[in-house]
Design a binder for this molecule. Structure first.
Ligand SMILES: *Cc1c(COP(=O)(O)O)cnc(C)c1O
Length: 385
């Protein structure tokens, strides 16, 4: 008889054979535009810290001050002993930043999506989600017990056809989409999705993880960028990307947030966000408000790279995520390895994360022009060789 765990070794071998195997890489010290990776200094194009806030001295000072005042852990769930005034301050600051009535902060963006989706819909309900949605939206949908259908990426036609065919069989319907798609960098047609939601009487939850701090005149996200502020919808985002901290948020009208506070298991049955993370996120919102030039610099950097690579069919993107499609996982790894040899850290993104392999690079506000020039030159040389 087989050992009950022996299949795991076989599965790992299969992952190796398919070039799907992953391992962690150790970065020494602080993250930033330049990092020390396994003893080498590399220009970092793999960070979600779009504004370069995670290593900002003001963020670090805020985290230290909160730790000294409140301790390292929040010591309980928010509804029991884990709630501090800084949690509510952060939530009110997020609500104000996002132009929403109220906000709730979760311990991660992933938990925010799981908790929100599972309390909004159940077995009698329907979820329609973009096929390229983030794992947390997809798993939240699965966990909710609702009937889940995917529509073709950014296809309003497919979305409407599915609404026509299925909506009337269900009680509530929830539409789910990333606003900036995390592995492609493109943007959902938000205004049109909201228009369909109105016609077919659907709730909408959008994931602003890669848009928060990056998109829109005030950096509040794609809802702002798409001119949809003030529309009825539920927005989530993370404190862990452009905000340089850890945690997730959900914003919406006060009743929705109150309901989530009462029903979301991933908020009720988990420990409140740590004082350090809470204070750092609050500081990030302050810096974003006071220093719009950071965001402007980020977009200058994005546009510079796009303009220099415009003859290499990189995927269309208005956000800080840029992708160069390659034929297969092996080639993606090879290209990433060649760039590594030239001092560039840009990961190969492969199945099963995405259907097709690619090199993915993200811009930061703290990249210098010289960093970007090295990137462009290295990509050109690596593809040619
Ligand atoms: C990163 C990400 C999340 C999860 O956020 P965390 O705070 O890292 O858990 C959710 N949705 C999208 C689209 C993301 O890219």
């Amino acid at each position: 008889m087989n050992h009950p765990y022996s299949w795991i070794e076989d599965s790992l071998k299969t992952l190796h054979r398919a070039n799907w195997y992953r391992r962690v890489k150790t970065i020494q010290g602080r993250g930033g535009a330049v990092i020390e990776l396994e003893g080498r200094s590399l220009i970092n194009f793999a960070s979600n810290d779009y504004l370069g806030l995670a290593a900002d001295e003001r963020m670090i000072a805020a985290a230290i001050a909160a730790t000294q005042r409140y301790g390292t852990g929040s010591t309980g769930s928010r509804l029991l002993s884990g709630h501090r005034d800084i949690h509510r301050d952060l939530e009110l600051a997020i609500a104000s930043f996002k132009n929403s009535e109220d906000a709730i902060v979760f311990s991660s963006g992933y938990l925010a999506n799981l908790g929100t989706i599972t309390c909004l819909v159940g077995q009698k309900d329907l979820i329609l989600g973009d096929q390229y949605n983030h794992s947390s939206l997809k798993n939240g949908a699965k966990l909710s017990g609702a009937t889940v259908k995917e529509y073709r990426h950014n296809s309003l036609e497919d979305l409407e056809n599915q609404l026509l065919a299925h909506r009337h069989h269900y009680r509530h319907c929830l539409l789910l989409t990333d606003t900036v798609f995390s592995m492609d960098g493109d943007i959902c047609p938000l205004a049109a999705i909201l228009a369909l939601a109105e016609i077919y009487n659907c709730m909408v939850l959008v994931d602003e993880a890669h848009a928060t701090g990056v998109m829109g005149e005030n950096g509040t996200g794609c809802v702002e960028y798409c001119g949809c502020q003030g529309r009825e919808l539920i927005q989530m985002g993370t404190l862990s990307k452009a905000l340089g901290s850890l945690g997730g948020y959900v914003t919406g009208n006060a009743k929705i947030i109150d309901f989530i506070r009462n029903r979301a298991a991933t908020w009720i049955y988990t420990t409140g966000l740590s004082p350090a993370d809470t204070a750092a996120a609050r500081m990030a919102l302050e810096i974003i408000r006071l220093e719009p030039e950071r965001r402007q610099r980020l977009h200058q950097n994005i546009n510079f790279v796009k303009s220099k690579l415009n003859n290499l069919n990189i995927l269309p993107s208005e956000a800080a995520i840029l992708c160069l499609p390659v034929a297969n996982p092996g080639q993606a790894l090879e290209l990433s390895q060649k760039l590594l040899e030239k001092g560039i850290f840009a990961p190969a993104i492969r199945p099963p994360t995405v259907p097709t392999s690619r090199l993915r690079f993200t811009a930061m506000a703290t990249h210098s022009l010289a960093h970007l020039e090295v990137l462009v030159q290295s990509i050109k040389e690596s593809i040619a060789s």
